[in-house]
Design a protein around this ligand. Structure first.
Ligand code: NIG
Ligand code: FE
Length: 443
């Protein structure tokens, strides 16, 4: 067999297996191959196994990577980000350190609404430049696919511009993006006195227009599965001060009828508004945050097909000390994924390994469970379990080489970047911890 890229003699090749979300205790079952190898052809994995076994099948390799003293894992999948915005909220961070709460700041017209003002005022070029720098940082930390939400426009023109930016970057950057429409992120200032008018606009105007919108699939990096839909998913921030349960239901039902997959920001702050049972009832692909979810709702979730996406960067970023009961969800037989929640307010962090470090300590996941949560289960939480999330023949060749001899170092060490090499669809896009030269030329 002739291959394009042959990675051999890795200290370990480590991966979950399959195309479906891994549930309960099985999340800890990884395939671990000492002295492992991966062979890649036409952007797909063609063989994984012990170096001697894979090598015996190969007649010619265009490029060989010696991965001695390194661990090979699937590229990380970040299934919940608010990737595209302008500016920052460093001043608000400092206010919170002095005691102001996140929801108080939002009620006073700051928080998300502060970023909405900055984003509406930014040019598309500025948004592209700011977003691209975050995508570079994600790639450098081993993320090869990410979900990306709108939600800092909150009116048609800007929300559409955010989708334009996401589609442009999807073709122009090696990191693959899956767009989600989050027009229901907050009630915009101009509708403060009458939130129902905005809910009506979302349901009657914005959702149908987005459902009908198509983008040409173009650019050197357009993912094969980017079918041009403007957004794959619709998400709602169900929270006191954002959207109530009844509004959340109406928006999600309308989105479902238009063919969107569903996601919900549920139980981030206020306990048990009921968004988790609603997500389960509407067969949402994921329900996200789950910090204040009561045990009976967690049980319901664990028995459903909906994936729990937990975001440990958020309680860390806000220093609340309250983390999602990730261990309990796994013990109840649920499928759990982790994500960064990358956003300027609660969690400006591009690193999935940092989320693994937090998930093991504060949600009591084992390092193996955290890896499954950051790869295969994360892929399933954005509908891509068939394409990515594990190292198996047939899957897209997205993988990471770490400067460590044991995969547990991913969660064990933190605050430094162990990513040495990133392979995206069979191409080396990060070499020795830097964006590869030929990738720089695409800019
Ligand atoms: O998931 N909760 C709503 N959205 C984000 C925060 C966005 C922001 O503060 O800008 C979250 O935490
Ligand atoms: Fe979020």
């Amino acid at each position: 067999m002739r291959v394009d890229l042959f990675i051999r003699h890795a200290a370990q090749v480590v991966t979950p297996l399959g195309h479906r979300p891994v549930r309960g205790m099985a999340m800890g079952n990884l395939e671990l191959i000492p002295d492992g190898a991966v062979a890649i052809r036409d952007g797909r994995i063609v063989a994984v196994g012990p170096t001697s076994t894979v090598e015996a099948q190969i007649t010619e390799a265009a490029e060989i990577l010696e991965a001695r003293d390194q661990v090979v894992v699937p590229g990380f999948v970040d299934p919940h980000t608010h990737l595209v915005w302008a500016g920052d909220r460093a001043a608000e961070f400092e206010l919170r350190l002095k005691g102001a709460t996140y929801l108080e700041i939002l009620r006073a017209g700051g928080g998300i609404l502060f970023t909405v003002r900055a984003t509406r005022a930014a040019s598309s070029d500025q948004l592209i430049a700011e977003t691209r720098s975050r995508m570079d940082r994600m790639l450098l930390h081993g993320t090869t696919t990410a979900e990306a939400k709108t939600g800092y426009g909150l009116e048609w023109e800007t929300e559409r511009r955010l989708l334009d930016v996401l589609h442009h970057l999807n073709g122009a950057h090696p990191l693959d993006l899956v767009p989600t429409f989050l027009g229901a992120h907050a009630v915009p200032e101009e509708h403060r006195e009458n939130p129902e008018a905005y809910v009506g606009q979302l349901i009657e105007e914005m959702l149908p227009r987005i459902a009908a919108q198509r983008y040409p699939v173009e650019g050197p990096w357009s993912p094969p599965w980017a079918d041009g839909r403007a957004a794959w998913f619709c998400d709602v921030f169900c929270e006191r001060g954002a959207f109530n349960l009844d509004q959340t239901r109406r928006i999600l039902e309308a989105a479902k009828a238009l063919g969107f997959g569903l996601k919900v920001h549920a139980d981030e702050f206020e306990p048990a508004l009921g968004a988790t049972p609603l997500a389960v009832q509407l067969r949402a692909i994921s329900v996200d945050h789950l910090v204040s979810t009561p045990p009976e709702h967690l049980e319901l979730l664990a028995r459903s097909e909906t994936i729990g996406v937990t975001l440990p960067g958020t309680p860390f970023g806000l220093a609340t000390g309250h983390y999602a009961p990730g261990r309990q969800l796994i013990d109840a037989g649920g499928a759990l994924a982790i994500a960064t929640d990358l956003n300027p307010g609660t969690s400006w962090c591009e690193s999935m390994p940092m989320m693994m470090a937090l998930a093991t300590r504060y949600m009591k996941l084992t390092p193996a469970e955290a890896l499954t949560a950051a790869t295969l289960n994360a892929a399933c939480a954005i509908g891509l379990g068939r394409e990515i999330g594990s190292l198996e023949p047939g899957k897209q060749a997205d993988l990471v080489l770490l400067d460590a001899r044991d995969y547990r170092h991913l969660a064990y060490r933190y605050g430094v970047n162990l990513v040495h090499t990133v392979v995206k669809r069979g191409k080396i896009v990060v070499r020795e911890g830097r964006i590869a030269q030929d990738e720089e030329l695409h800019r």
